[in-house]
Each structure stands twice: as C-alpha cells, then as structure tokens.
Design a protein around this ligand. Structure first.
Ligand SMILES: Cc1cc2nc3c(=O)[nH]c(=O)nc-3n(C[C@H](O)[C@H](O)[C@H](O)COP(=O)(O)OP(=O)(O)OC[C@H]3O[C@@H](n4cnc5c(N)ncnc54)[C@H](O)[C@@H]3O)c2cc1C
Length: 411
C-alpha cells in the first residue's frame, strides 16, 4: 500500500446513505473516498426507484415523531427540486375514530402546520385526493428515485475518489489510523476517519473491531401492477400517494390506456432472500385493497408487471443508528435506515458531517436537532456504560453487550 492510499475521510457503502454523507462533506470542502463492493452506486436497497417520504404522524415515540419532521424538512431542502411532490394521503386507521378538532390539536403538537398536514373528513378527502375516507393529507409528501439520486450524488467531482468492486472485510487500528482490508486480507487503504454506511454489512465490519451491533434484516417486496382500462379497478386507482398499512404511488395512466400502479411492501422479519415471491405479490394485492378501501376488488385485476425486492436494515428500536462509535474513535456509523432511507439519509448527512468535521453539535439545533435527539440516534444507546469515557485510540476495549431499549415499532 502506498502513501497515496491514505485518505482523511473514507465512506464504506455507496447507497443513498453513504452517497448523501459523501456529498455533504464534498459540499463542505472536504476530500472524500467512497468504497463499495459493487461496480456502481446504489446496487442494493438503494436501487429502489419508488421510495416515498413524509413526516410520520401515526403511533410512535415522541422522538420518532420529532425526528421524522426534522428529517423530512432536511430531505425536502436537499431533494425537493427533483422529487415528485404528488402529496400523500394517510387514511384514518380502522380502529380509530376521526375527530377533526382532536386531530388538528394533535398535528399542532407535532408542529405540523397546514402546509404539511391537513386533516380531512371523507367528503373533503374525496375532493382533494379522490379517496372517500377520512385521514390526513400531507401535501408535501413525495416520492424519490433512490437509484438516480444516489448516482447523481456521486457524479464526478475533483475531491471525490470512488473505489468500486472493493469489498471491505475487516478494519484494524494502527498508529491512530484505520486500515481497511479486503477478502485476501490485504490492506486497501487507510483513513483518519471512517464512516460505515454499509447497511446490514455494517454489522460484520463493526464486529471486526469487536463491536456487536444489534441489526437485523427485513426483506421487502414492492409490486408493480398493471390495470386494464376496462377493469373495475381502474375507477378505484388513486391520483395521490397513500401511506397506511403499506403504501402506494399515484397510478400512472399509460399511452395504451392501461394503468401502472406501484404497491408495497411485504415485511419479512429476519429474512434476507432477494428472490421475488408470488406470496409477496399476493400480500401486496391484499394491501392494495385496504389502501383504496376496495375490499371486494378482484385481485386478478392487478396483473403483475414487475417488482423491487430489497433488504432493509433495522435496529432493535427501529430508529436509525447515526453517529460516532464512541468505543472506536475515528469510526462513525450511519445504518439501520429501515423503511425511511430518504429521511434518515438527509439527517445522517448533517449529523455525520458535523461529527466528522468536529463541529459543535449545538449547530444542529438550527435544524431542531436537540441533544436528546442526537442521543436517540447514537449507536451508544445500545451499549451499557457507553457514556463512560471512550478508550484511547487503538485500544480495543472489550465490547459491552448490546442492550435493546424498549420502544414501539415504527411500522
Ligand atoms: C421494499 C422496500 C420498500 C422501501 N420503501 C421505502 C420508502 O418508501 N421510502 C424510503 O425512504 N425508504 C424506503 N425503503 C428503504 C430504503 O430503500 C433503504 O433505507 C435505503 O435504500 C438504505 O440505504 P443504505 O445506503 O443504508 O443501504 P444500501 O442501499 O443497501 O447500501 C449499502 C451499500 O454498501 C455496500 N456494501 C455493503 N457491504 C460492503 C462492504 N463490506 N464493503 C464495501 N461495500 C459494502 C453495498 O454494496 C451497498 O451499495 C424501502 C426498502 C424496501 C426493501
């Protein structure tokens, strides 16, 4: 390995998360090297072309609700000019009664004004969104093509080095630098600061420095359906996105008169098999009926055109893991984005850049990111005694056992 293979900042993982962080650092004048096992950006979960983004307004911890609002605003500021802002409707849950004043008060407590969230009774929802059911209209909700976005973030830049086809299998600290090793156990390069944004594989990389991360895979399949112009489903298809039990995009009217409709997603905990499954399409057909309340609809009217299968990486408490790995100074983690890759990538870029550049975390307060929220995202939340002083650089202290904080699932 030559001296030129030393970099100040290296990011492992060129999905939406690593790419957004790298881009933020470039914008702040830093040089960045990004490494990926694949031959191009966004080949894994971020090859998803139909992701949606909106602030979370349902059940969840107060911190999750605050974080998704902040992250949504950051994502909108970053990608608002390229995303498809068709609006998203969130129907009232079956077991919930729609009480307009109560909902208005609730949305106020979440600091969501009526540019962001508007409660609608069934009649108004029909007028605004074409759906006869009560719920909350999120006019700024949008969808984003993660593949194109990631590619765009990593376009040529004088201070950006991209290393493709390079799988990192272990890390080692020597002389206050982090060395990255390949499958042949040869050093690839070294870095002063290392950002691990390798989704599920962050677990193996952290493990190589003696830190056990509580991450697990959740397989998901999204279905692309075709609806014939004369099929009864055609009259039921939405013109806005819907997010409830599952989600869908607005149906697209094609030149031949048929419709293309994206509906997702299955949720297979602990699974990481990428092969498409008929059973997942069946699941999505059932979700489709619920989303547009067309329970009598014939599932055969939704003809399969294609699918997207991806493996989400989730942490024990369903919040992302973003921040310094306190036990191993110089390593930063950005993983466990779950089903909110857009929101958490935008947030990770601000938080990780601030930490990598050693800036005052108080600067994040301008985005509403208060200290308690930074702590809620920190990998340290999983480690007993993690708030104690970190060990000296290079000293691989014995790893504390991960602790799963109790918390509701986000979806
Ligand atoms: C069905 C489904 C629906 C979803 N819907 C939405 C949605 O509507 N809205 C939303 O915001 N999000 C959604 N998501 C989630 C979103 O797709 C992910 O959160 C996001 O893509 C994760 O990005 P990432 O960069 O963390 O991981 P990835 O995209 O998986 O990137 C990780 C990268 O690391 C590389 N890598 C891994 N290990 C190594 C290694 N050892 N060495 C070098 N490189 C390595 C990989 O090659 C890969 O490129 C959905 C996910 C699924 C599966």
């Amino acid at each position: 390995m030559t001296h030129s293979q030393h970099h100040e900042i290296v990011v492992i993982g060129a999905g939406i998360c690593g790419a957004t962080i790298a881009n933020e650092l470039l914008e702040r004048g830093k040089a960045v090297c990004i490494i990926d096992a694949a031959s191009s950006p966004a080949t894994a979960c971020s090859s998803h072309a139909y992701a949606i983004a909106h602030p979370h307004i349902g059940k969840g911890s107060p911190r999750l609700l605050r974080l998704t609002r902040i992250a949504f605003l950051l994502a909108e500021a970053r990608w608002g000019s390229v995303w498809q802002a068709h609006g998203i409707f969130q129907p009232t849950k079956k077991d919930k009664e729609f009480v307009l004043e109560e909902l208005e008060d609730y949305l106020n407590t979440l600091e969501l004004d009526n540019t962001m969230a508007v409660p609608l009774n069934a009649r108004d929802a029909k007028k605004v969104c074409g759906i006869s059911q009560s719920g909350v209209w999120l006019p700024r909700g949008a969808s984003l093509n993660l593949l194109e976005t990631t590619q765009h973030l990593l376009q040529e830049h004088s201070r950006l080095t991209c290393l493709w086809n390079t799988r990192v299998v272990r890390l080692e600290n020597r002389d206050e630098k982090w060395f990255l090793f390949n499958e042949a156990d040869q050093p690839i390069l070294s870095a002063d600061k290392l950002v691990i944004a390798a989704a599920m594989e962050s677990k193996a990389l952290a493990n190589s420095v003696g830190v056990r991360l509580p991450l697990k895979p959740v397989r998901g399949q999204l279905s692309i359906f075709s609806v014939a112009p004369n099929d009864p489903w055609a009259a039921k298809l939405p013109s806005v996105g819907i997010s409830g039990d599952g989600y869908c995009l607005p149906a697209e009217h094609l030149e031949d008169g048929s419709y293309r409709w994206i509906v997702g997603s299955s949720f297979d905990e602990g699974e990481d098999n990428l092969s498409p499954r008929d059973s997942s399409d069946e699941f999505n057909r059932a979700q489709a009926k619920g989303l547009v309340r067309y329970f009598e609809g014939d599932p055969d009217g939704l003809k399969k055109l294609g699918e997207f299968v991806g493996i989400r990486c989730v942490a024990g408490d369903r919040l992302p893991m973003i921040g310094v790995l306190a036990q191993r100074p110089g390593i930063f983690l950005a993983t466990a984005l779950g089903s909110r890759g857009i929101l958490w990538s935008a947030l990770a870029a601000k938080l990780i850049a601030t930490q990598v550049l050693n800036e005052d975390l108080a600067l994040l307060a301008r985005f509403g990111l208060a200290a308690d929220l930074v702590a809620a995202l920190a990998p340290a939340r999983f480690f007993a005694g993690a708030l104690a002083a970190p060990p000296a650089l290079g000293a691989l202290a014995s790893n504390s056992k991960p602790v799963f904080p109790s918390g509701p699932k986000t979806r």
